[in-house]
Design a protein around this ligand. Structure first.
Ligand code: COA
Ligand code: ADP
Length: 592
């Protein structure tokens, strides 16, 4: 018994001393480096100096080369844990934040987040540094799944024991991510079956259309020993690099310029290939959105003697943009899909756009770190209404809003940052700005134009410009879901000078008098509201902003991807409401 106690104590001491040394190392309290610093036992690092022959015409590291390095580093980490050869089963979406130039150094760090049965999730972090000025950048993060195989048969892996807080988080979320990966294909299929996809093909400007056929590429590769591991299996990274090559050619044929790869959607390696295989890679632009395009690539393998017997190895979807001299994305021509296949892929590309946004924001899990509802209390009233308005103003001020679509003179912009997907809609209404402001800032009237607002109750008029409302709203998840209720602080602000907009900001608060009830799902809004700009005597630019929270995300991404037109319908109803009530509040306007 005493023995077990001693062992336990020793174990705990080593864990805690590990923790102390990690903390001290992080705080820089161990300048001599005498203490042992913690390093994940599966961690593998690779550093590469980017040379001319690694780069493209812009002097930037080619993504294909980067994918090869990522795959090798991750594979070595997986093999370190498994103790036997591993193959790449899949690579999740990758978002490239930064390009890397000749002369800079790429640092890749990989570690196993979690082992399941025969498969493991490996987390990869890519940074770059400029040795001349000591600057560092994050380039991308990636998650790859490797399957351990001994003599081509299955291996039961030992479990990972997460120690640090970061390792524990990754470990627990890895299980959720695995579930998503395994149902990825069905989820896409389901989404397509359920969505009403806006068919905007006919309304597009034909003079700026490029026939999809013009972008079709086919290319063959022979798998040689340098493309494969010591067992003769083609490296997944090599295949990804070849795929990126044909996708880039297809993308450049649409825009007649050199495109930049922004995101890669999940790669799934359906079957292996070996030295001696011929790989046929085919790519075509599936859909072009305002500033980005989706290129699909498909890879098949065959043996020399059996060309007619092709194995489907992989299909992937990549998003490209074309940057101008200031690194801003330019507007792309429309694509004219051809044939039934082309039109199907065109629509499926919209569905994938929605899925990509969903994954990016749900998988990151960062939204849960932010408190959505803040307790309302007279002592924090000033700070809360300040926070309410300033959050909306900060959101408006971002210079990274991207015009995603323009339908019926309503512009839809999106903004993707680390934590949130935000959207913003804009239209011009032929009415007086102060009048529009009065009408919109009375939340009690919103059910007149917004069918999501069933009823609104004024809970507390805090001061002249701030009020708390309880809103009952229809369930976004369909009739079988419970209706939602929100307790929101509405803060309205008149402009201090003529260049400023009128602002109505909304955010959730909690009130002890209005707790959650079983009949309703408590909804939350972190930051949303209206900004109204005077554009003329009887002309107002009306903008609605919303930073989408998880409960709302599905609805937002469905609209952003063009799979639903509810945003447009609701905003049009808002315009009609403002026009119908154009002269109603003339007297109150004297105060504004
Ligand atoms: N993403 C992540 N993991 C996946 C996956 C996917 N799309 N498909 C299967 N897996 C995992 C399964 O969850 C399972 O994990 P577990 O053992 O931990 O539960 C493991 O792979 C094996 O799955 P199983 O259903 O038994 O096998 P399979 O017939 O689907 O084969 C591969 C999976 C990956 C072994 C097989 O598809 C393959 O050989 N692919 C090619 C791998 C390769 O050579 N890559 C290099 C480039 S070609
Ligand atoms: P899907 O057709 O359902 O998208 P595939 O796996 O057949 O799935 O193909 C993946 C992608 O590869 C397609 O979306 C398309 O962009 C591209 N592709 C497939 N076949 C061809 C082809 N014959 N020529 C050019 N590109 C192709």
């Amino acid at each position: 018994m005493q023995n077990i106690g001693n062992q336990l104590r020793r174990g705990l001491t080593s864990i805690f001393s590990g923790r102390a040394s990690r903390k001290q190392a992080a705080q820089g309290r161990d300048p001599a480096g005498t203490m042992e610093t913690y390093r994940n036992p599966t961690e593998v690092q690779m550093s590469q100096l980017v040379l001319l022959y690694h780069t493209n015409h812009r002097g930037e590291l080619s993504v294909g080369q980067l994918l090869k390095w990522i795959d090798i580093t991750a594979c070595l980490s997986a093999e370190k844990h498994a103790g036997c050869p591993c193959v790449t089963a899949s690579v999740d979406d990758i978002y490239f934040e930064h390009t890397i130039r000749t002369g800079q150094v790429v640092n890749i760090k990989a570690k196993v987040n979690r082992a399941f049965n025969s498969s493991m999730e490996v987390g990869i972090q890519v940074t770059s540094e400029d040795p001349c000025n000591e600057k560092q950048w994050n380039v991308c993060k990636a998650l790859a799944t490797f399957v351990a195989q001994r003599n081509s048969s299955k291996v039961k892996l030992k479990q990972i024991l997460p120690l640090t807080e970061e390792e524990k988080v990754e470990y627990s979320v890895a299980a959720e991510r695995r579930r998503m990966r395994l149902v990825y294909t069905e989820t896409i299929r389901d989404l397509l079956a359920k969505s009403v996809i806006q068919d905007d093909l006919e309304s597009r400007d034909c003079s700026r259309m490029v026939p999809a056929e013009k972008t079709r590429v086919e290319s063959v590769e022979l798998v040689l020993p340098p493309h494969a591991n010591h067992q003769g299996n083609t490296f997944g990274g090599q295949i990804m690099a070849w795929m990126e090559n044909v996708a880039t050619i297809a993308a450049s044929r649409l825009c007649g310029a050199h495109p930049t790869l922004k995101t890669i959607e999940m790669f799934h390696f359906r079957g292996p290939s070996q030295v001696g295989d011929r790989l046929v890679l085919k790519a075509i632009v599936n859909n072009a959105f305002k500033n980005s395009m989706e290129v699909g690539v498909c890879v098949e393998a065959y043996h020399q003697e059996m060309e007619s017997c092709r194995r489907h190895l992989n299909s992937a979807f990549m998003t490209f943009v074309v940057l101008d001299g200031d690194d801003q994305p330019i507007t792309l021509p429309w694509i004219q899909p051809q044939g039934e296949e082309g039109e199907r892929r065109y629509r499926e590309a919209s569905a994938r756009k929605k899925m990509r946004l969903d994954r990016k924001y749900i998988v990151s899990c960062k939204q849960t770190e932010v408190p959505l509802s803040v307790p309302w209390d007279p002592s924090n009233q000033v700070y809360l209404s300040y926070n309410n308005v300033s959050s909306l103003k900060m959101l408006m001020a971002k210079d990274t809003w991207v015009l995603t679509s323009e339908i019926n003179k309503i512009k839809l912009y999106t903004l993707e940052d680390d934590k949130f997907l935000s959207f913003h809609m804009e239209m011009t209404v032929y009415t007086d700005t102060a009048q529009a402001f009065l009408l919109l800032s009375d939340l009690g009237r919103r059910p007149e134009w917004d069918k999501h607002y069933q009823s609104v109750e004024l809970v507390q008029q805090v001061d002249e410009d701030d009020a708390i409302y309880r809103v009952i709203s229809t369930a976004l998840g369909g009739a079988e879901c419970k209706p939602q209720d929100f307790v929101v602080l509405a803060s309205r602000r008149k402009p201090c000078d003529s260049g400023e907009p009128y602002v109505l900001a909304l955010r959730s608060v909690t009130l002890p008098t209005h707790p959650k009830t079983p009949e309703y799902t408590r909804g939350e809004t972190l930051c949303s509201g209206f900004c109204l700009w005077r554009e003329g005597d009887q002309q107002t630019k009306v903008s609605y902003y919303n930073q989408a929270t998880t409960s709302f995300l599905n609805y937002v991404t469905t609209n952003v991807a063009g799979l639903s037109s509810e945003f447009i319908t609701t905003f049009k109803a808002c315009e009609q409401f403002l026009l119908d009530n154009k002269s109603e509040l003339a007297l109150s306007l004297q105060n504004l």
